[in-house]
Design a protein around this ligand. Structure first.
Ligand SMILES: C[S@@+](CC[C@H](N)C(=O)[O-])C[C@H]1O[C@@H](n2cnc3c(N)ncnc32)[C@H](O)[C@@H]1O
Length: 279
């Protein structure tokens, strides 16, 4: 696995240390610097060669105020530290639950909005009757977006109780399922939902999602329904995740219907959305 980074700046390296590349082979030169109003943005292009394909990732560095940087450190970097196990991730999300929404605004996290638009695109009519499960629901930001498009029957699955409490305060889900996605069987009947969404599942979990977890997403979805997941583009680069997603496809459990990319899913980081049709 070889990474080429065409831009040397220290902050992007610290971002990469916490969230992105597993290894960086070289850092060469600055390619572009823009200044837009009060924030300066530096664009980086990361290139990775794997299986004969060249994957390009776009990243930018945004200069935050001192207060914003402190909040990002306390909330975002705390919950995305590399190598932490699932129990620690859940405890950390519990700790920062009251600050979560604020930091998502600061980093301009648009995963939930993108998810809302994509589900609406898949289901242009009859939205009031469609049942949706939102996995890794957090404080309910995806439900907020789905509701804007007229979806009302939405359940949330989230292992961090206090994150779920925030969603409860806003009355965002019908059923609040405090559980995690993993090697376990979910307490949900087969074929319950027309669509399952998962936006921004913690990276350390996403990159190692076992086959059983994906099977559970498909099991609770009706045939013909959709499992839709979006995240930072580099999270989909995990070889384990890619192999496990393909495993379900090769067994005829689901079919990849579309793969979409956006240049910014939050300040400076590109995103990917996968939509699977359950067979
Ligand atoms: C970055 S937040 C995303 C929340 C929400 N979807 C959003 O877009 O704002 C990641 C969430 O994944 C949850 N999570 C961590 N491990 C999980 C697991 N194994 N299964 C489901 N959710 C998990 C965390 O507790 C946290 O609420």
């Amino acid at each position: 696995m070889r990474w080429e980074v065409t831009m040397p700046f220290t902050s992007i390296l610290s971002l990469l240390n916490t969230q992105a590349a597993d290894s960086i082979a070289s850092v060469s030169r600055v390619t572009a610097v823009d200044a837009c109003s009060s924030i300066s943005v530096i664009h980086a292009v990361l290139k990775k060669e794997s299986q004969g394909l060249l994957h390009t990732f776009n990243m930018t560095e945004t200069c935050y105020s001192k207060e914003e940087e402190e909040t990002i450190d306390r909330v975002l970097n705390f919950t995305t530290e590399r190598g932490i196990d699932n129990a620690t991730i859940i405890q950390r999300f519990d700790k920062i639950s009251e600050e979560y929404d604020e930091v998502q605004i600061t980093i301009r996290w648009t995963g939930p909005q993108w998810m809302g638009e994509s589900v609406a695109c898949q289901y242009p009519s009859n939205r009031g009757n469609i049942r949706i499960l939102d996995v890794a629901a957090g404080t309910g930001l995806v439900s907020v977006e789905l509701r804007k498009h007229g979806f009302v029957h939405i359940d949330g699955l989230e292992p961090a109780e206090r994150m779920l409490e925030q969603a409860k305060k806003k009355n965002l889900y019908e059923r609040y399922i405090c559980d995690m996605l993993g090697d376990n069987t979910l307490d949900i009947a087969d074929d319950t939902y027309t669509a399952v969404t998962m936006s921004g599942l913690s990276r350390e979990i996403m990159k190692k999602l076992p086959v059983k977890a994906l099977e559970e997403l498909a099991r609770v979805t009706k045939p013909g329904g959709h499992v839709m997941m979006n995240s930072y583009d580099y999270n989909f680069e995990s070889e384990i995740l890619r192999a496990n997603l393909a495993n379900l496809e090769s067994r005829g459990i689901w079919k990849l219907e579309s793969k979409q990319a956006r240049q910014h899913i939050s300040n400076g980081v590109g995103g990917l959305l996968h939509i699977y049709t359950v067979l």
